[in-house]
Structures are given as structure tokens and as C-alpha cells.
Write a protein that binds this ligand. Structure first.
Ligand code: DAH
Length: 378
């Protein structure tokens, strides 16, 4: 029942003290409910409202009618009640102001900041982010070579024609440039051709940057993003990633290249995987090869469940990367002595590795940012 002030019939000290402490008990109990500017105002008016506040009733029902000889004592009690009420009202004001500040500061956490704080409610679930599958795969590839003692180098995504082509032994106007559908930066006609800027079409230019600043022995992997003027479809993307590799030292042979890449493929796809080196051409390596791995879907048999394997077109082999022995002409561009050093290079597409490892059937999935796809790699 809501507290009300009643007439005092008995003005003995015991009865006065009892009445006062009953009032103060209600004061404190009611003050607990204050938690906003609105509830505080109601509380304040109920206790010290000028027209009919509880304090005014105490004056009218206890103090004014008190017999003259008791009045001073009732006055002291009245004054004490008044001070305590004012104190509680001031404290409650501070409390609701602090609550308001807290609610404002946490309003992005608590969906409804007008509700009282209930710390027993379940928290808001914040999903933990995960590495993007392309970055994850890139780091896995890098990890394999780090374990072999390779370090990591990076280069710019906007390159000059010189680094992307010329120093990699693509002579001006050579038809090998046609295999890399290049996006040139517009408006550079006044520059000499080798200084013109383009979006790098492969990570191979990082080989040149590396050899310009390091003397042999060199063992580096160069991860990065590249761009080609290709229309997007399930197997093409105008942006994709490669990891380039370069090892230059004395007496490096094609055997070292084969051993290194065979090990890397087994580390990435499992120790049962076999590798095959198929003759190919790249201007910056001689000889050059495409590396194929035995099909991981049909174990190299070319058939699965009695039907030709679609992943390797029934050949039992999947082509994965390009490689070769660094062409002596390339050493000429970076001031290495081609009669003293030899080396190998390789470049692999990261999305291609990820597609095979994770059985993804559309390269576009890597670039659409659909969380339902991405969260599967967490
Ligand atoms: N840069 C080549 C490409 O994007 C891939 C490549 C082939 C890199 C042979 C190499 C290499 O380092 O030796 O098509």
C-alpha cells in the first residue's frame, strides 16, 4: 500500500520516533524505483511537492497541531525528516543522470536503451572474423616456402612497362605480351614506352625488384594481387593473386626446381600427389615448364565412379603453375653475372590452388563478399 501520513494522536517521544522512522523507511523504499528523469520528478513531487507533498502533510498533521510544550521537539524531528528527504532526492538525481550517461554510451550494445539494464540477459553475439580463403591459401603457400628458408618480398601493383615486361625479357611488341591482357594507365603517350604505367599482370616483376636490391644467394616468395583485362566468369577474374618464387645461387639446377616444387605440391595437396613437368614457354625462363599434379579428385586415374573425371578432363593431370630456369638475359637487366649464377623461378595462381583445395566451383565466389560462403573457411 502506498504510504500516507496519518494524524498523530500520541505525542510521546516513542510514538514520534516510530512515526518518523516509518516515514523514512518508505522514503528509501520508494527511492529505489527512480531510474529516469520522469520517475525522479514523480518521486520529488510526491515527497516535497508544494501543494500536497508528504513533507507538507507532516507539517500540517504532525507539527502544526502539536501541543505547545512538545512543538520544539516535533520541529527538530520535522527538520531532520526534511533534510533526509532532500538528501535522498539529490542522490536519486545523480543516480538517474549516471544511468542516462551509461545508456547513451552503450546504446549500440543495448538494443533498447530505455529498458532497465538487465545483466542476466544473454549478450549480443559478435561473430569472430576469419581469414579470407584467398589470403588463407596464400599464407599456406608462403608457409611451405618459409619452412624451406625462403623470405617474403612484395612489389607495387602499379608497375612500369619495364618491370612488368622488358626486364623480364619480353621485348617491345613481342607477341608473348599478348598472353597477358594488360590494363594500361591512360594518358601516358608522351612517356617513353618503358616508363609507361600499367596494372601488373603477374608477380614476376617482383623478381626484378628483388634482384636489383639483393645479391645472390636469393630465395624469395612474392605474394600479391594482379590485374588482367579479362571478363569475369566462373574461371576468370580481372583481379586475382599469385605467389611468385625465385631462387638464385651458384650451381642451382633444374633438379633443384623439380625437387622444390614436388615437395611444395605434396605439402599443399597431400603426400600422395605426383608432379609432372611439361615443356612450356615463358620469356624470362629457359627452359620453361608447366607443372601438373596428379588429379586430386580421381587420384590420377582419369575416371571416378566408372565415369571420366571432369576435373582433369579424364587426363589424370591438373595444370597448376609455370616455372623454369631464369633466362640469362634477365640477369643482364639486374647486373648479375650469368656465367657465375643460376636459378629458377615459378609462379602459381592462388585462387587456382584454393579452388582445388576447397572444391570451389566458381572463382567469383572469392570476390562477392557473401558471408555464407566466407564463413565456411573460419
Ligand atoms: N608470370 C607467369 C604468368 O603469370 C607465371 C610464371 C611462369 C612465373 C614461369 C614464373 C615462371 O616465375 O618461372 O603467367
Amino acid at each position: 500500500m502506498l504510504y500516507t501520513v496519518t494524524n498523530l494522536t500520541d505525542y510521546t517521544e516513542a510514538s514520534l520516533v516510530r512515526a518518523a522512522s516509518e516515514l523514512l523507511e518508505h522514503l528509501r523504499a520508494e527511492s529505489d524505483a527512480v531510474e529516469s528523469a520522469e520517475t525522479w520528478k514523480l518521486f520529488r513531487d510526491r515527497w516535497i511537492g508544494r501543494k500536497n507533498g508528504i513533507l507538507k502533510q507532516v507539517r500540517e498533521l504532525w507539527l502544526n497541531p502539536a501541543p505547545a510544550e512538545i512543538k520544539p521537539r516535533v520541529g527538530v524531528i520535522y527538520r531532520d525528516i526534511e533534510l533526509q528527504i532532500e538528501d535522498v532526492i539529490a542522490t536519486q538525481k545523480k543516480k538517474y543522470e549516471a544511468i542516462a550517461i551509461f545508456r547513451k554510451a552503450t546504446s549500440d550494445i543495448f538494443l533498447d536503451a530505455t529498458l532497465p539494464l538487465d545483466i542476466t540477459l544473454p549478450g549480443i553475439h559478435r561473430p569472430i572474423g576469419a581469414e579470407h580463403p584467398v589470403i588463407k591459401t596464400m599464407n599456406e603457400i608462403i608457409g611451405v616456402f618459409r619452412n624451406l628458408g625462403y623470405s617474403v618480398e612484395e612489389g607495387p601493383e602499379i608497375e612500369t612497362d619495364y618491370y612488368n615486361f622488358e626486364a623480364l625479357n619480353f621485348p617491345p611488341n613481342h607477341s608473348a605480351r599478348d598472353t597477358q591482357d594488360t590494363l594500361f594507365i591512360a594518358g601516358q603517350e608522351s612517356k617513353p614506352p618503358r616508363d609507361r604505367l600499367l596494372l601488373r599482370t603477374h608477380t614476376s616483376p617482383v623478381q626484378i625488384h628483388t634482384m636489383e636490391k639483393m645479391r645472390p644467394p636469393v630465395r624469395v616468395v612474392c605474394p600479391g594481387k594482379l590485374h588482367r583485362n579479362d571478363a569475369p566468369d566462373p574461371t576468370h577474374s580481372p583481379i586475382f593473386h599469385q605467389v611468385e618464387g625465385l631462387a638464385v645461387d651458384t650451381n642451382i639446377t633444374f633438379c633443384d626446381l623439380k625437387g622444390t616444387l614436388d615437395h611444395a605440391m605434396k605439402a599443399l595437396f597431400g603426400s600422395n600427389v605426383k608432379t609432372r613437368f611439361y615443356p612450356s614457354f615463358f620469356p624470362f625462363t629457359e627452359p620453361s615448364a608447366d607443372v601438373q599434379i596428379s588429379c586430386i579428385f580421381c587420384d590420377g586415374k582419369g575416371a571416378r565412379d566408372g565415369a571420366p573425371c571432369r576435373n582433369c578432363k579424364a587426363s589424370g593431370w591438373i595444370e597448376l603453375l609455370g616455372c623454369g630456369m631464369v633466362d640469362p638475359n634477365v640477369y643482364g637487366f639486374v647486373d648479375y653475372d650469368a656465367t657465375k649464377v643460376s636459378g629458377f623461378a615459378f609462379g602459381m595462381g592462388v585462387e587456382r590452388v584454393a579452388i582445388l583445395k576447397y572444391g570451389v566451383d566458381d572463382i567469383q565466389l572469392f570476390f562477392q563478399g557473401d558471408v555464407r560462403f566466407l564463413e565456411q573457411f573460419g
